[in-house]
Design a protein around this ligand. Structure first.
Ligand code: NAG
Ligand code: NAG
Ligand code: NAG
Ligand code: NAG
Ligand code: NAG
Length: 770
């Protein structure tokens, strides 16, 4: 053993003496056998890697396509990190020679298809990270050779459907993460063969139903997170999972849950139903070991209908989390603290009244948790189903049909020919959460048109012919949170119409003909929660001071307008702005302190294609580690302000500017060498350097020493002889000084340390998306 170790050490030493064994752009640690080549725009795996390398870190490069046998020269690898390498395709057999790799990280690339043999040869692999790609297709057998894999991460991709046997071959997988995709359908055998799977994440997808049959297959699953999906109810025996102990069903749109929904999950101990729309819940039959039932954030109505649940929880030792939403004398009372005897209906009439409010048109008097009726009424030329969706899309209706089931939650009327919506157009639709009226040629909406829709949360009026809005157009829909008005012909911000929407959170006004933003046009005190304002592609040329005053506004898109300057004074009272898009305006000059008033909050700033000729040296004054993304692509800039305070950048785009490559640019060049980001910038002047990459030109090597910073973080070789060489040889110091990419945790901490406290945005973003 010792001999062997000694031999390896000797071999290593021998190899280290060989100059070529550490690729020029990498740093190598020959004792740990690691090679790191971060952010070097490498287009291929460096060919001169040492064969005995065990850890290879190639983050932030530009590999694009991983060819077959890409790693044939490094058969001893155990850890391979290929994050953010701009990988589009993993050719079949790319990893075939890597039988020892235990961890492979392919996150943050652009992979769209996982081919049948993409991962062949990775017979020891334990962890595979594929999060933040564009995966939309998993071919059968893609994972069939990964018999030792423990964890597979596929979050933040574009999966819509999981076919049968997609994960075949993962005989040892324990944890499968499919969060943040667009899954709306799982084949019945999608998870077949996963006999060891104990944890499954399906949260933040588009599942409208609990995938009952699919979930019976991975029979060892103990934890299932399926939260943040747009499910509206769970019927009898929906969850049939023999070993399940923890189930997360929070942040959905559940209005109804059968008392027998969990009757086939006998071992369930934790059930999270927080942030749904449940007003009542019956005792749950099935789980005998339940210890926690989380009802936080539901509009639980604490009257006699809640008595059975309260009693059952007391007897069974189930801890109820959450509070009563009503009646008034019990509101905010923790469920756990309410005595059973306080849960009463004071009189029969009152109970009826409460119930009628809840049930709207239903007249059968059954308790509010009754299951949806199987037979549903429905207007002609429309489809209604038991899932509370009704659609009459593209049926040539000229009037809004009437007579939808009273429990309808999603009403899709797009592509009809309504032209005009009279008052009270939607009677008996008080449960509708989402209403689609796109492409309906609507040019006028009468006051009170939506009056009955007290629960309306999403309203889609995109691509109609609206030129203005009646001040009462949106009255009676106080819950409205997302409003789509893009693609109309509005010439002004419809301020007075919006003043009746206190919960408005996001408004889309792209592709209208708005030319001015005036004070209190929109961000009046009447829309205090407005967080995202999209005004792309209007004709805005002036923004008055006061027009953007809002302590809540977080995202503002003003791109593709006719602004000629940064609206600095208008931004002075928007202290929580995080994202600002000004691309495609004609702002030729950005003066000092242009973003100072939003500098504490701003995280993303887009200034592309504006014909910008100059940025003052203090244009970005105040911006610091909080800024994550900055783009100034496609302008006419010859110089850039100092970017070195922007130490938190994760994305920067300086391309297509005619930069003047001379000594004043030295700080930029040094900064580029210093960051672990790929920074692409090219010279436009002087003529002999035109088109050359700033990174590559050697003119800086002759700049006077005086312009170097006092610290010796980076040294640029001052020898004039270097001028003649085609490429500057970077000094060893600058190569080794690479900073590791900051971890998420650190970023989170550093942003916590920011002085200003921001109000927390309501977590409504995905709730109820139907
Ligand atoms: C209950 O739900 C709330 C809101 O989702 C959450 O903050 C809390 O941690 C949950 N409590 C438990 C014990 O799971
Ligand atoms: C702006 O609108 C025009 C015409 O509708 C369209 O061609 C263009 O793509 C839009 N631009 C953006 C950025 O949406
Ligand atoms: C900013 O605006 C430009 C121009 O309309 C657009 O191409 C780009 O996608 C926008 N960026 C973001 C992050 O929305
Ligand atoms: C290079 O990075 C180090 C460490 O983050 C920092 O202290 C130094 O100021 C940077 N130098 C330049 C020129 O940006
Ligand atoms: C990165 O590589 C690509 C492809 O080889 C090349 O077009 C681009 O100019 C390179 N960028 C830099 C900064 O070297």
């Amino acid at each position: 053993m010792h001999f062997y170790t000694a031999a390896v050490v000797l071999l290593m030493l021998a190899l280290c003496l060989e100059a070529g064994k550490c690729p020029r752009v990498c740093s190598c640690d020959s004792t740990k056998l690691t090679v790191t080549c971060l952010g070097k725009n490498l287009t291929e795996v460096p060919p001169s890697l040492d064969e005995i390398t065990v850890k290879l870190d190639l983050r932030n490069n530009n590999l694009q396509v991983l060819p077959r046998g890409a790693f044939v020269l490094t058969p001893y690898l155990t850890h391979l990190n290929l994050q953010r390498c701009n990988i589009i395709k993993v050719t079949e057999g790319a990893f075939r020679t890597l039988g020892r790799v235990v961890s492979l990280n392919l996150a943050y690339n652009k992979i769209d298809i996982l081919y049948q043999e993409s991962f062949d040869g990775l017979s020891s692999l334990k962890e595979l990270h594929l999060d933040h790609n564009r995966v939309e297709e998993v071919q059968p057998g893609a994972f069939s050779q990964l018999g030792f894999l423990n964890m597979l991460t596929l979050t933040h991709n574009q999966l819509v459907y999981i076919p049968n046997m997609a994960f075949q071959g993962l005989h040892n997988v324990k944890w499968l993460r499919l969060s943040h995709n667009s899954l709306n359908n799982l084949a019945p055998e999608a998870f077949a063969g996963l006999f060891t799977l104990s944890r499954l994440n399906l949260d933040h997808n588009e599942l409208q139903f609990f995938p009952t049959q699919t979930m019976t297959r991975p029979r060892e699953v103990t934890r299932l997170d399926i939260s943040h999906n747009p499910m509206t109810y769970l019927g009898e025996e929906s969850v049939s999972m023999a070993k399940l102990t923890h189930l997360y069903l929070d942040h959905m749109s559940l209005q109804d849950l059968s008392d027998k929904a969990l009757s086939r999950a006998p071992l369930l101990s934790h059930l999270d139903l927080s942030h749904n729309q449940l007003r009542y819940l019956e005792p749950l039959s099935g789980p005998k070991e339940l210890t926690t039932l989380n009802l936080t954030g539901n509009p639980v109505y604490c009257n006699c209908y809640m008595q059975p649940l309260r009693g059952w929880a007391t007897v069974g030792g189930v801890k109820l989390l959450g509070a009563c939403a009503g009646p008034p004398h019990l509101s905010d009372e923790p469920l756990q603290a309410v005595a059973t005897m306080d849960l009463r209906c004071r009189s029969r009439v009152e109970a009826m009244k409460e119930m009628l409010e809840e049930e709207d048109e239903s007249t059968d008097g059954s308790p509010p948790t009754a299951k949806p009726k199987q037979k549903v009424k429905c207007p002609v030329n429309c489809d209604c189903d038991v899932t509370q969706h009704a659609t009459c899309e593209g049926q040539g209706h000229t009037k809004v049909p009437r007579g939808f089931p009273s429990k309808t939650q999603l009403l899709d009327l797009r592509s009809n020919h309504f032209h005009y919506l009279p008052a009270n157009s939607f009677p008996g639709t008080s449960q509708v959460v989402s209403l689609h009226l796109e492409f309906c040629k609507i040019h006028e909406i009468e006051a009170g048109a939506f009056r009955a829709m007290q629960n309306l949360f999403y309203l889609y009026l995109s691509d109609n012919d609206l030129t203005s809005l009646d001040p009462g157009a949106f009255s009676g829909i106080p819950e409205l949170t997302y409003l789509h008005l893009e693609g109309n012909r509005l010439a002004q911000l419809p301020g007075s119409a919006l003043a009746v929407l206190p919960n408005l959170f996001v408004i889309h006004l792209e592709r209208n003909v708005i030319s001015k933003l005036e004070p209190a046009g929109l961000l009046s005190s009447a829309t205090p929660k407005l967080r995202e304002l999209y005004l792309t592609n209007n004709t805005i040329s002036t923004i008055a001071k006061g027009a953007l005053d809002s302590s809540f506004l977080g995202i503002l898109h003003l791109d593709s307008n006719q602004l000629t300057e940064v609206p600095t004074s208008a931004l002075s009272q928007a202290p929580n702005l995080e994202e600002l898009n000004l691309s495609h305006n004609s702002i030729r000059w950005v003066g000092q302190n242009a973003f100072l008033s939003v500098s504490q909050s701003l995280k993303r700033l887009f200034l592309d294609q504006m014909g910008m000729e100059k940025m003052s040296n203090d244009a970005l004054a105040g911006l610091g580690p909080g800024l994550r993304a900055l783009t100034v692509r496609g302008n006419q800039l010859e110089q850039l302000p100092d970017l070195s305070p922007l130490t938190g950048l994760e994305m920067v785009d300086l391309q297509d500017n005619p930069l003047l490559c001379d000594c004043p640019m030295l700080p930029l060049r040094r900064w580029m060498e210093n960051v672990s980001l790929e920074v692409i910038a090219s010279c436009g002047h002087p003529p002999e350097l035109k088109g050359k990459m700033v990174r590559e030109v050697s003119v800086f090597t002759s700049c006077p020493e005086s312009s170097s910073p006092p610290s010796e973080a980076v040294t640029v070789d001052p020898r004039p002889s270097n001028l003649k060489k085609p490429k500057p040889r970077l000094s060893k110091a600058s190569r080794v000084k690479l900073r590791p990419v900051k971890s998420k945790d650190k970023l989170a901490k550093s942003s916590k340390n920011q002085p200003r406290k921001k109000p927390v945005a309501p977590k409504k973003t995905k709730k109820k998306i139907l």
